[in-house]
Design a protein around this ligand. Structure first.
Ligand code: NAD
Ligand code: UDP
Length: 311
């Protein structure tokens, strides 16, 4: 099968490509390298079944593919808020272009949506039926509302043009290859602890998140793409932790003497987040298998290797 992965040089995209290539597919990786890096897909460059295309999805492109995994979009608040207008363009114009492509070549299209469509949720845990509590004029809205429109576009192309879609709502995912300057909480805490810097907890650290290890997530993504259910389907790890608990866990694992410093809580930071994964369990037979401690151990080892290689 020929498979297009947009955002393929990014954190999740490159893990997905590893799986798709190993399974014997032909893969087209499309990326503008905003937060992605050639290093992530270096091992496939030169392989005749792999093609790397530098392209910005806000511009149309003509390609042939049987399936499209649409991941291109910065995922860390630091990066998606750096140029919010560009984030909206990527989510709206970019998704429109990729859905247009799927329609033209009759490819199955999977949208990497997000738990951010639920905003700062007042239903807990979040099932797919929950319609969310999003501030449409806040700092996060370029991403949250962008992804909500991306979902709308996917469903409208499905209803109007029979595009075969799959919609996946990804909850916080972490793992090897996250960038040192990614800005998300797991990578920040690991780098800070390794460098002997204080771990920066925003607010009082009582806000919660549920952290899924990358390989678990990728398994769910591939099952959704190749199954019969359109979605939306939540994919995430239901284990819920406060951010302070996460800081303390990483502190214990890397450097028990590392300090914790409290910084202001960013605007509209969701207070709690935990996926209801009943649909994924019942419809895909999927659930995560890697515990937070196990996943952190593997992620820390990867950061140590890259960090120590640099110094
Ligand atoms: P990432 O930032 O590592 O990857 C995004 C990739 O998209 C990068 O390689 C980047 O260069 C590329 N990209 C961005 N804008 C582009 C554009 N206009 N044209 C072409 N390429 C572009 O992030 P990630 O964590 O791998 O996330 C991948 C997808 O999963 C994103 O769509 C994100 O919204 C979604 N997601 C991720 C998480 C998570 O916790 N990792 C949670 C929810 C949703
Ligand atoms: N966070 C933190 N310290 C950091 C980075 C993030 O306390 O150095 C908090 C952030 O305020 C949020 C949570 O950790 O409450 C998860 O942040 P992240 O950016 O990883 O993802 P998101 O907020 O999009 O879920």
């Amino acid at each position: 099968m020929r498979i297009l992965v947009t955002g393929g040089a990014g954190f999740l995209g490159s893990h997905l490509i590893d799986r798709l290539m190993t399974e014997g597919n032909e893969v087209l990786c499309l990326d503008n390298f905003y937060t992605g890096h050639k290093r992530n897909i270096l091992k496939w460059i030169g392989n005749p079944y792999f093609e790397l295309i530098r392209h910005d999805i806000t511009e149309p492109i003509r390609l042939e593919a049987d399936q499209i995994y649409h991941l291109a979009c910065p995922a860390s608040p630091v990066h998606y808020q750096f140029n919010p207008v560009k984030t909206i363009k990527t989510n709206v114009m970019g998704t429109l272009n990729m859905l247009g492509l799927a329609k033209r070549v009759k490819a199955r299209f999977l949208l990497a949506s997000t738990s951010e469509v639920y905003g700062d949720p007042d239903v807990h845990p979040q099932p797919e039926e929950y319609r969310g509590n999003v501030n449409c004029i806040g700092l996060r809205s370029c991403y949250d509302e962008g992804k909500r429109v991306a979902e709308t576009l996917a469903f409208d192309y499905h209803r109007q043009n029979n595009v075969d879609i799959r919609v996946m709502r990804i909850f916080n995912t972490y793992g090897p290859r996250m960038l040192k300057n990614d800005g998300r909480v797991v990578s920040n805490f690991i780098i800070q602890a390794l460098e002997g810097e204080p771990l920066t907890v925003y607010g009082d650290g009582s806000q919660t998140r549920s952290f899924c290890y990358a390989s678990d997530l990728i398994k769910g993504m591939i099952l959704l793409m190749n199954g019969d259910h359109v979605g939306p389907i939540n994919i995430g790890n239901p284990g819920e932790y406060t951010i302070l608990e996460l800081a303390q866990t990483i502190q214990k694992m890397i450097n028990p003497n590392a300090e914790v410093s409290f910084k202001p809580l960013p605007d509209d930071d969701p207070k709690q987040r935990q996926p209801d994964i009943s649909r994924a369990q019942n419809l895909l037979g999927w659930e995560p298998t890697i515990s937070l401690e196990e996943g952190l151990k593997l992620t820390i080892a990867d950061f140590r290797e890259r960090y120590q290689a640099q110094t």
